[in-house]
Write a protein that binds this ligand. Structure first.
Ligand code: SF4
Length: 236
C-alpha cells in the first residue's frame, strides 16, 4: 500500500540522513574530467557497468577529450575505442553527433539547460539529470534502474515509470539532501539493496524499510534469513 505524503517525507528524511551519515560526500563511480567527458561517459553507460565504461573512456579520452577533438576523431575510430561496451555502434554515432552539435551550436560547451541537453542525440532525461546534478550542482534526481528499485522498495518514491519515481522523490526529499539523493540511492541499490539478493541483514535502513520481501529479522544480522523473491514494479 502506498504511504501518505507526510509518512513518505518522514521516511525519506530518516533514510537520507542515515545514508548521508555513512557517506557524506557521495560521488559518481564514472570517471570524468569536466562536463563534456561526464556527458560522454553517461551517454555510454546505458546497459553497461561503470567499470566497463571507465575502461573504454580511458582509451577514448586519451585520444579526444573535447567536442572538436571527438568530431575530428570520427565515428569509426570512436567505435573502435568503445567496442567493449554494449550498443557501442549506436553510442559511437551519438557521441560524435552530439559533439558536432556542441561545436556548432554551443561554442564547444555543454549547455546548463535541460531542453538543450535533451535535444542532443542519445541524451534522455536520465542523462540530462546526471549532468545537471553532477557537473552543474542542480538539485535533480536521475532515476536509473537502481534508484527505481530502491525508491519503490523503501516506499519513498513509488511509481511505475522513472518519471513517476522522479516526481515522487522530488516531492519528499528534504532540500538539504536533494543534491546527493540520486548518488545515495544508486550506491545503496548497487551495493546493498541489490535486485535479486538484497542484503537486508546488513542494511542501515532495515528497521524502517517497509518492503514486504525483506526478512522479518533483517535488523538482526545473526539470525537473518534470505529474502524471498518478491514481485515489484520495473521501469516501463
Ligand atoms: S531493508 Fe532490504 S529491501 Fe529495504 S532498503 Fe534495505 S536492502 Fe533494500
Amino acid at each position: 500500500m502506498t504511504r501518505g505524503l507526510a509518512a513518505r517525507k518522514a521516511l525519506a528524511a530518516e533514510a537520507f540522513a542515515r545514508l548521508a551519515a555513512a557517506n557524506p560526500a557521495p560521488k559518481s563511480e564514472l570517471e570524468y574530467r569536466d562536463p563534456y567527458t561526464l556527458l560522454v561517459a553517461v551517454a555510454l553507460s546505458a546497459q553497461a557497468t561503470d567499470a566497463g565504461v571507465n575502461k573504454a573512456t580511458r582509451r577514448l579520452f586519451a585520444e579526444a577529450a573535447d567536442p572538436a577533438a571527438m568530431v575530428a576523431l570520427g565515428e569509426e575510430r570512436v567505435r573502435e575505442l568503445v567496442k567493449t561496451i554494449g550498443l557501442y555502434r549506436n553510442k559511437a554515432k551519438n557521441v560524435v553527433a552530439l559533439s558536432r552539435i556542441l561545436v556548432e551550436r554551443h561554442g564547444g560547451e555543454v549547455p546548463r539547460d535541460r531542453e538543450a541537453l535533451e535535444a542532443l542525440p542519445g541524451v534522455g532525461r536520465k542523462t540530462a539529470n546526471v549532468v545537471l546534478n553532477v557537473a552543474f550542482g542542480e538539485p535533480t534526481i536521475a532515476v536509473d534502474t537502481h534508484v527505481f528499485r530502491v525508491a519503490n522498495r523503501l516506499g519513498i518514491g513509488p511509481g511505475r515509470t522513472p518519471e513517476e519515481v522522479e516526481r515522487a522523490l522530488l516531492a519528499v526529499t528534504p532540500k538539504e539532501w536533494l543534491h546527493g539523493a540520486h548518488h545515495w540511492l544508486i550506491l545503496h541499490g548497487r551495493h546493498v539493496c541489490k535486485a535479486r539478493t538484497p542484503l537486508c541483514g546488513a542494511c542501515a535502513l532495515a528497521d524502517v524499510c517497509p518492503w514486504p520481501g525483506k526478512p522479518v529479522d533483517a535488523a538482526e544480522p545473526d539470525r537473518r534469513k534470505p529474502a524471498a523473491p518478491q514481485r515489484q514494479p520495473r521501469p516501463a
